[in-house]
Design a protein around this ligand. Structure first.
Ligand SMILES: Nc1nc2c(ncn2[C@@H]2O[C@H](COP(=O)(O)OP(=O)(O)OP(=O)(O)O)[C@@H](O)[C@H]2O)c(=O)[nH]1
Ligand SMILES: [Mg+2]
Length: 200
């Protein structure tokens, strides 16, 4: 049976909107005090805010980066899936940002086990999503090198075919490395740009 013409228009409208103004949903996770909220508001406001531990979640849509609007969900204390909350957050996720304190060995250990557990349990929902790791707090003198954090997180061995990137120079307080990390993510998630949509 033929669908009403309005249905076709509404699909077309959605496709045009997606081509012109892509929206991407990002899940931001990581151990407590790694710097997630600080990064979120550096990206949103371009300034360092004073934070308190996030008990629920924070959600912010950023000014479009290279035409892509990112909506970032920061999951706080429950990132270890206490209360089974992951299932609410993983739906529709285009990318995961994992933030770790580069100076804290225990945090990196926690991030390694929790991150891969999340991917195992929600393989279907997270399939095809990109993974960006911010090796944060690189301004600390005793921060680990990015290659060491990459190895400790077992990124090369466990990410499989997933697109991943670790941004080493990142400091949420100075803002260093955040733009570089987001630029990588944009190239992974942009899909069709307005130029492509218009055949340019
Ligand atoms: N020196 C330094 N301090 C940072 C950096 N990023 C965050 N901090 C500080 O680390 C503390 C925790 O930062 P948050 O952004 O609240 O951490 P979070 O990951 O959101 O923590 P939860 O919400 O509890 O999971 C704050 O005092 C920040 O100012 C950084 O790159 N360098
Ligand atoms: Mg927080």
């Amino acid at each position: 049976m033929l669908k009403p013409v309005s249905d076709y228009f509404s699909t077309l409208q959605k496709q045009i909107a997606e081509s012109l103004w892509p929206q991407r949903r990002v899940l931001m996770v990581g151990p407590s005090a790694g710097g997630k909220t600080t990064i979120l508001y550096q990206l949103k406001l371009g300034e360092t805010v004073t934070t308190i531990p996030t008990t629920g979640f924070n959600v912010e849509s950023l000014t479009p980066i290279l035409g892509v609007t990112f909506t970032i969900w920061e999951v706080g204390a429950y990132w270890n899936n206490r209360g089974g909350l992951w299932r609410h957050y993983v739906q529709g996720t285009d990318a995961v940002i994992c933030v770790v304190d580069s100076s804290d060995m225990e945090q990196i250990e926690e991030a390694r086990s929790t991150l891969w557990r999340m991917y195992e349990e929600y393989d279907e929902q997270l399939r095809g999503s990109a993974l960006l790791v911010f090796a944060n707090k690189q301004d600390y003198l005793h921060a680990m090198a990015v290659a060491e954090i990459r190895d400790r997180l077992e990124l090369e061995t466990r990410a499989g075919r997933r697109r991943w990137h670790i941004e080493g120079g990142s400091s949420a307080v100075s803002g260093d490395g955040l733009v570089e990390g987001m630029a990588w993510m944009t190239t992974q998630l942009k899909g069709r740009t307005w130029r492509q949509a218009l055949g340019m």
